[in-house]
Write a protein that binds this ligand. Structure first.
Ligand SMILES: C[S@@+](CC[C@H](N)C(=O)[O-])C[C@H]1O[C@@H](n2cnc3c(N)ncnc32)[C@H](O)[C@@H]1O
Length: 254
């Protein structure tokens, strides 16, 4: 397989893991049918696990944790379907709900974790210190940060594209009259109208995000990244907070 294709696939690792499982399953099933051989369900599960894990390691050269996921998926699926014979609708509904909530974990490698209250309070102070009027949370999750800033009279906006999160957070904003949440992709959001832009995303997107920040944010405005620094770019200031996880806020003055 060409190295270009492999490096493209490495950008969507979880999708590669899932597609490998499906394709290997079809391959193994058809191989056994063609060979006229029957094996026990557990033998099938073991061959599927090892086959997929080897492909993930040797062909796609993905990290160890994805090899482990590939090994564990088949036995866990088998146990779930065999020993917890719940109605298929349950699994279907659970799958759709999770997909509509965590879609970015698969696609963009940005999982869902939330800003804690110490960080939200620090953001309030930073915004007040600067006399900033408008705030944007890129990927606003359940909208807590947006509501916290709106509470202080800041024009506070969040963009979130996972449907379940957007629905819950925009409802909470609407009911509490605290800010607004747009159902929008980060990459299609114009940053030029905001005095402070906040992101709590993932190291995987920081390079691309910085390019966007530099080309769209106005001089004198502030970009804040929770936990993840922009590679090879010196932050203007780094704050280490007194919370349990010693949150680091990386501040970049434009
Ligand atoms: C780590 S969470 C942070 C949530 C919130 N900002 C907070 O700090 O509490 C990242 C959020 O970004 C959202 N997200 C990831 N990629 C996105 C994209 N391309 N467009 C919109 N939202 C995105 C995810 O759905 C998730 O809710």
């Amino acid at each position: 397989m060409s190295s270009l294709l492999i490096s493209k696939m490495q950008k969507r690792p979880l999708i590669v893991v899932l597609i490998t499982q499906v394709l290997f399953l079809l391959f193994l099933r058809n191989l056994l049918i063609l060979a006229g051989t029957k094996i026990s369900p557990w033998s099938f599960v073991i061959v599927q696990s090892v086959g997929c894990a080897l492909m993930i390691k040797m062909i796609f050269r993905l990290p160890h944790w994805l090899v482990t996921i590939s090994l564990l998926l088949p036995p866990l699926f088998y146990l779930a379907f065999h020993y917890f014979a719940l109605n298929g609708t349950f699994y279907g509904v659970a799958f759709v709900f999770l997909a509509l909530t965590f879609s970015h974990t698969l696609k963009d490698r940005v999982p869902l974790y939330l800003t804690n209250s110490t960080t939200a309070l620090t953001l309030q102070k930073l915004i007040a210190e600067r006399g900033a009027k408008s705030f944007l949370d890129l990927g606003s999750g359940t909208g807590g940060v947006v509501r916290a800033q709106a509470q202080k009279g800041i024009e506070s906006t969040g963009v979130e594209s996972a449907p379940v999160l957007w629905m819950i957070s925009s409802l909470l904003s609407l009911v509490g009259r605290k800010g607004k949440i747009l159902r929008k992709n980060i990459w299609k959001t114009d940053l030029k109208n905001y005095d402070v832009v906040y992101a709590f995303l993932s190291p995987a997107v920081m390079d691309e995000l910085w390019e966007k920040v530099v080309s769209e944010m106005r001089p004198g405005t502030l970009f804040i990244s929770n936990s993840f620094a922009v590679p090879e770019k010196q932050a203007t200031r780094i704050l280490t907070l007194e919370d349990g996880r010693k949150t680091k806020l990386h501040l970049y003055q434009l």
